[in-house]
Design a protein around this ligand. Structure first.
Ligand SMILES: Cc1cc2nc3c(=O)[nH]c(=O)nc-3n(C[C@H](O)[C@H](O)[C@H](O)COP(=O)(O)OP(=O)(O)OC[C@H]3O[C@@H](n4cnc5c(N)ncnc54)[C@H](O)[C@@H]3O)c2cc1C
Length: 362
């Protein structure tokens, strides 16, 4: 048996929030044979599996966790030319996402450049359908190869079968709960179809490129622009101990949007200025409101709850209100309690329920 299963491994260093307890069992999986061995071990011990990529979107509870944690290190990338301008790229699930993106950009392939700088692994990219700067990974995913841990069979899901949504996919629901992603195939192009559409209150790839005097950006220019914009808002791995945005943006009906707009303006009526929450209108008529904006209008904004202001060990990133950051002595319960206070405060002020983007492993 080549798989080495370890006991009582501390998990904090396997996450970007750097908090969390101890795995009852832990194994690094480097190939599909080891993955199958791990699944058999989990069956024999009657202990569920939890897969970890880079731990950049998880909050692992304190104490001992009764699971077999699998650190996914399945590696390998293959490129296949299918027509003059279409390339299929298959990447194993344990490939680090941003190195993979950098490699495709270096080959002048377009499709993933707007997703530059997102921490994590290729295998986790379909789980919440990673998205930023106007692009979602689902737009390029052709197939996702998975192992079903129930029947031990490998098979492929088409993009459609993955049921992608905003920060959502089949893998976050019961139908996908037994699936471990082993590889993802992306359809990329040599024919640049640049996407500079993303605008927020302060960040624009287009503005960044214009400031650099770049009129016809190459894929590599877009990657550089995205990396710089991400750095400005503290959203590159290693800038803070965080899991990126802790909460999802909030999707509401038009009437709810108007109600929220009124609440915001009533709160700041003495400022003699009209506020419109940052938002994106969706094709189905609903509005996606920036949760960062809502936090900025609550007591839980980055000015009052900046780094270390919560029990001296956690707080909000000074560069991004949606990002909870931790200090060396933080525990998972500090993060969880802080997130709950924020959620309760937003419910009290705006009457809406925030959804966590981060996956809790309890
Ligand atoms: C600074 C920072 C910035 C970020 N910015 C963005 C952003 O702009 N856009 C965005 O969408 N996300 C962003 N994120 C979140 C995160 O980068 C992504 O969700 C990423 O895809 C997580 O990858 P991971 O390998 O770290 O997954 P993990 O955190 O290890 O796992 C996340 C979830 O996926 C499951 N999982 C992981 N791998 C597999 C697999 N192979 N098979 C089945 N399940 C699996 C885990 O069990 C867990 O439930 C950011 C995070 C940080 C820290």
């Amino acid at each position: 048996m080549s798989l080495e299963v370890q006991k009582k491994i501390s998990l904090a260093d396997y996450t970007t929030l750097k908090v969390g307890g101890v795995a009852r069992y832990f194994a690094v999986v480097k190939n599909v044979d080891e993955l199958l061995e791990a699944v058999k071990f989990s069956d024999s011990q009657k202990i569920p599996i939890r897969v970890l990529g880079s731990g950049s979107n998880v909050l692992i509870a304190d104490g001992e966790l009764p699971y077999l944690f699998l650190k996914n290190e399945l590696k390998g990338v293959t490129y296949k030319v299918v027509s003059e301008d279409k390339i299929l790229v298959k990447a194993s699930a344990g490939e680090p996402w941003d190195s993979f993106v950098a490699d495709t950009v270096e080959k002048n392939l377009s499709g993933l450049e707007n997703l530059s700088g997102v921490p994590g692994t290729v295998g986790a990219s379909p789980i919440q359908n990673i998205n930023c700067y106007g692009a979602s990974v689902s737009e390029t995913i052709k197939t996702v190869e998975v192992l079903n841990t129930e029947n031990k069979k490998f098979f492929e899901l088409s993009g459609e079968e993955c049921k992608f949504g905003y920060r959502d996919s089949i893998f976050k629901h019961e139908a996908g709960a037994n699936l471990i992603v082993t590889a993802v195939t992306f359809g990329l192009s040599t024919n640049r179809n640049k996407n500079l559409s993303y605008q927020s209150s302060s960040q624009s790839i287009e503005k960044y490129l214009a400031n650099q005097g770049i009129v016809e950006p190459a894929v590599a220019d877009i990657r550089q622009a995205v990396l710089q914009v991400r750095k400005n808002i503290g959203m590159l791995e290693g800038q803070f101990r965080s899991a990126g945005s802790f909460f999802k943006n909030t999707i509401v009906e038009k009437e709810v949007f108007s109600r929220i707009e009124k609440i915001v303006n009533d709160r700041y009526e003495d400022l003699d200025k009209k506020f419109t929450p940052w938002h994106w209108s969706l094709p189905d008529g609903r509005e996606k409101i920036s949760t960062a904006f809502l936090l900025e209008c609550s007591p839980f904004n980055k000015t009052t709850y900046g780094v270390k202001r919560w029990r001296d060990v956690a707080g909000l990133s000074p560069l991004h209100s949606l990002s909870i950051v931790t200090e060396v002595d933080a525990k998972a319960e500090d993060v969880r309690d802080f997130a709950k206070l924020i959620t309760d405060s937003i419910m009290e002020i705006f009457g809406i329920s925030l959804e966590s983007e981060v996956n809790y492993i309890n």
